[in-house]
Design a protein around this ligand. Structure first.
Ligand code: MN
Length: 201
């Protein structure tokens, strides 16, 4: 039990605890925001494959994550779990949209606790890397880099816990418009491979 606490969830003044299930990543304190395939139009390179999945299989849950609604003050931290499901659109693995932070000079931490994936990092100047995520690995997203998680496992969801400055803000628009310079694809041998994004602007 806690001492000298009102046990109030989201008590940003005096502190609080919150549960996240170690297996599923869900929390009793807050449901997740869900991103379906239909919300990711134009984000995958193979538009024909994208259209076909929606037509033949219907809308699919691609990823979900916690938005706690932490007040966006400098000094506060926001956190939660991100779950990216297994799947592919053409050769391209299911992934999150990816974003820059509006305050570009802000970093973020991810901790992977299940699955197998990559974090694709890209700076506005075009420097990039793809860092492998496996259970037990913490990942440091540096200031200025866009970040997107990608699930390369055919079965297991990729689950990460993240923490970032609550005032960082999310810029999804740049990636939605320009895309990433690089894509992570399955080369047919179930080995992830980096290729140039044919649609990059
Ligand atoms: Mn971020």
């Amino acid at each position: 039990m806690d001492f000298n606490s009102e046990n109030k969830l989201f008590d940003y003044v005096r502190g609080f605890t919150m549960d996240f299930d170690l297996k599923q990543g869900q929390s009793s304190g807050k449901t997740t925001t869900k991103r379906f395939l239909s919300q990711m139009k134009g984000m995958f390179a193979d538009e024909e494959a994208y259209r076909k999945i929606l037509e033949e299989k219907g809308d699919q849950l691609v990823y979900e994550f916690h938005e706690l609604g932490v007040p966006e003050d400098a000094g506060k931290l926001s956190f939660g779990v991100s779950i990216c499901y297994p799947g592919k659109v053409g050769d391209e693995y299911y992934m999150t949209k990816g974003h820059f932070h509006c305050i570009l000079d802000t970093a973020e931490i991810y901790y992977c606790f299940s699955g197998h994936g990559y974090m694709l990092l890209e700076s506005p100047e075009g420097d990039w890397s793809a860092l492998e995520l496996l259970p037990g690995k913490a990942l440091y997203v540096p200031q200025r880099y866009a970040h997107r998680s990608i699930n390369v496992d055919p079965v297991e969801p990729l689950r990460t816990f993240f923490v970032y400055g609550a005032d960082s803000g999310h810029d999804y628009g740049t990636i939605e418009t320009k895309g990433y310079r690089k894509l992570l694809v399955d080369d047919g041998t179930c080995t992830p491979k980096i290729i140039d994004n044919p649609k990059w602007k």
